[in-house]
Design a binder for this molecule. Structure first.
Ligand code: BEZ
Length: 252
């Protein structure tokens, strides 16, 4: 059994659980809210219920990029569910609009998807303001601001683990969302961090998909708990690029 703290334990304590200035940051408990959704009323914290969760916003219904994003997300839904991740999306449009638009989303995905996750309505922008996802440059026909393409990944402790903000002009890559879920869940369990482009890293040295031991892992613990780790030699001579296979790691 391993007694070294996981990445989440080692670094999570650096972040404050609540925001002191109303700006939502990594490590903060995400704001709670109640809302109408395409699956009925939602109390957000109750809905999270100890799972990993994703809150995914789009600017507006009946717009082209958003239509492709919700369709592509639906194609990832079963995979997210299998990883223990709940998914909800949001825009400022009302539920009736979401429901009508979803027929288009499904049709544009060649009827190969069903939308099994709730789409939240936020016509008052109350949730968008709480989460800081308003794009002030983006307005609806009435001149009211809309949400940017935000992604909030929330841990079972209701703390914000990762966020992304894309402008309306750039659709998101759903493979990146499942990739960061895998990376977050790995680091929540083990004392490792994932390299750039993981799991497509270090293939040229025969160590594809391996992860780095956290700098906080002592050389003794590295030997004891990560017996298959190897170090990359660098000119400084400092032993910090310690790669470990991620299969068969032990947890506490
Ligand atoms: C879109 O989804 O295509 C979109 C939405 C709002 C502004 C610009 C583009």
């Amino acid at each position: 059994m391993c007694n070294v703290p996981s990445g989440a334990e080692a670094y999570g304590s650096l972040y404050a659980a609540s925001s002191s200035d109303g700006v939502l940051r990594l490590g903060n408990i995400v704001p709670d809210f109640t809302a109408d959704t395409t699956h009925g009323p939602m109390k957000f914290h109750e809905w999270i219920d100890g799972s990993w969760a994703i809150l995914f916003s789009h600017p507006a219904d009946f717009t082209p990029v958003c239509t492709t994003e919700i369709g592509r997300l639906a194609l990832k839904y079963d995979e997210l569910k299998s990883k223990g991740v709940k998914l909800a999306t949001l825009s400022c449009d009302p539920v009736e609009s979401h429901t009508k638009w979803l027929d288009d989303v499904v049709a544009h995905c060649e009827n190969k998807v069903t939308i099994d996750f709730p789409i939240i309505a936020d016509p008052t922008r109350e949730i968008a303001v709480k989460y800081g996802m308003i794009d002030p440059e983006l307005k609806d026909k009435e001149g009211l601001p809309l949400t940017c393409r935000a992604v909030f990944i929330i841990g079972p402790d209701k703390k914000l683990k990762l966020s992304l903000n894309y402008p309306a002009s750039v659709g998101r890559n759903m493979d990146e969302i499942t990739r960061v879920i895998d990376a977050l869940q790995l680091s929540a369990k083990y004392s490792v961090a994932t390299p750039a482009n993981w799991p497509n890293n270090h293939e040229s040295i025969g160590k594809k998909g391996q992860a780095f031991l956290l700098p906080t892992v002592t050389p003794e613990d590295a030997k004891k708990y990560f017996p298959n780790h190897t170090s990359c030699l660098v000119p400084s001579g400092i032993d910090y690029l310690r790669l470990t296979p991620i299969e068969n790691l032990s947890t506490k």
